[in-house]
Ligand binder design. Structure first.
Ligand code: KG4
Ligand code: ZN
Length: 347
């Protein structure tokens, strides 16, 4: 493999992109060939470090990225069985995210771009989440509603056949993943909250404890999950018995069911209104088993094609960054070496 990849770049047909992702608390590097074939996808999670604080501590996250980014990039190159010289471009998330964290990845990408004299491609992290589907379904085309649901974002996008992306709704307060994390912290279940609640909810009855479905009937495609969190906390203050061991599973099952229902009702409504027949879901919360089941069932009954990447590609990863970078690379959309990082950004 490496002898093929090491040939003169002008002669080789394959495009090799190194992706780097450090927008939050995962240090990620990946190598992707032709925008689809994942040669390596290395993810170093910082969950254990942040667990004792019940959430991500930005200063600690950025320091940890700086400590290990070189090792993670080397690991991605080794696992991909390529040489540094065979990389055509380096693609990195530079927005939106934690500024200190983003700087660690962007700094590393700039150094590689400069040293190897290859293009630097700074990409939008949210757009990369949409592109994670291309790794599995390169022919999915445009004309769909995209839901990005993660720890930092919950947004709906209308994507036309030419891949023009328009945001049609977003959360007005907490992101869905943030709500999972905050409720897990409140209940002492650890961090990140999504996976723990997901597995605990499997043993609970989501109908036993009544919780609201925030903004489910609103005339827009925005979300709000902060009130749901408050409603759960308020309910447990009124009925402390709900915090007893035997009731926790029912409590988190109701909480999860409320989030999932709001997400799928709004997403399918947006799809019907736009006249599309395709829905794409990505972001960490798209790993949720109940969400996946609910979206799959609804898609079947509505004759809508559903695209949800495998769990590892839903969460933050650099393969999706390299995938998006590939499409920018072939259109020569390169970034300046002076490119900055941004905590907020439209897609
Ligand atoms: O996309 P991601 O890895 O990072 C961000 O860009 O935020 O998403 C992380 C979020 C966390 O809030 C985590 O609790 C949530 O995704 N999450 C889940 C599940 N796995 C991760 N939420 C619900 N169910 C899950 N199985
Ligand atoms: Zn993300």
């Amino acid at each position: 493999m490496s002898s093929i990849l090491n040939k003169d770049k002008d002669k080789k047909k394959n495009t090799i992109i190194l992706g780097i992702e450090t927008s939050c608390d995962d240090t990620c590097a990946a190598v992707v060939e032709n925008g689809q074939k994942i040669l390596s996808n290395v993810i170093a999670s910082q969950h254990e470090i942040h667990e004792k604080y019940g959430g991500v501590v930005p200063e600690i996250a950025s320091r940890r990225h700086i400590e290990i980014i070189d090792i993670i990039i080397s690991e991605a190159i080794i696992q991909a069985k390529i040489s540094l010289e065979s990389i055509d471009a380096v693609s990195v998330s530079n927005r939106p995210g934690l500024v200190g964290s983003l700087l660690a990845g962007v700094g590393a990408a700039k150094a590689i771009s400069y040293a190897l004299k290859i293009p630097l491609i700074a990409v939008n992290h949210l757009k990369a989440h949409l592109f994670s589907n291309f790794l599995i379904n390169p022919d999915m085309g445009g004309g769909f509603i995209g839901l990005i649901v993660s720890g930092g974002h919950t947004s709906l996008y209308s994507v036309d056949s030419k891949w023009n992306i328009r945001e049609i709704g977003h959360t007005l307060d907490d992101a869905a993943g943030e709500a999972f994390d905050k409720i897990a912290r409140f209940l002492g279940l650890g961090y990140p909250g999504g996976p723990v609640i997901d597995s605990l909810a499997k043993t609970g009855d989501s109908k036993k404890i009544e919780l609201p479905f925030p903004m489910i009937d609103s005339n827009d495609f925005n979300f709000s999950f902060s009130g749901l969190k408050t409603a759960l906390i308020y309910k447990t203050k009124k009925e402390p018995g709900l915090l007893d061991r035997e009731n926790i599973a029912d409590l988190v099952a109701s909480f999860q069911a409320s989030i999932v229902k709001v997400l799928f009702e709004k997403t399918f409504k947006a799809c019907a209104q736009a006249g599309y027949k395709k829905i794409l879901v990505s972001g960490g919360v798209a790993a949720n088993s109940s969400l996946r089941e609910a979206f799959t069932a609804k898609a079947e009954s509505e004759d809508v094609k559903l695209f949800i990447p495998p769990v590892k590609l839903c969460m933050d990863n650099a393969a999706m960054v390299a995938c998006l970078g590939h499409y920018d690379y072939i259109q020569k959309r390169y970034s300046e070496i002076s490119v900055d990082v941004y905590s907020r950004s439209d897609i």
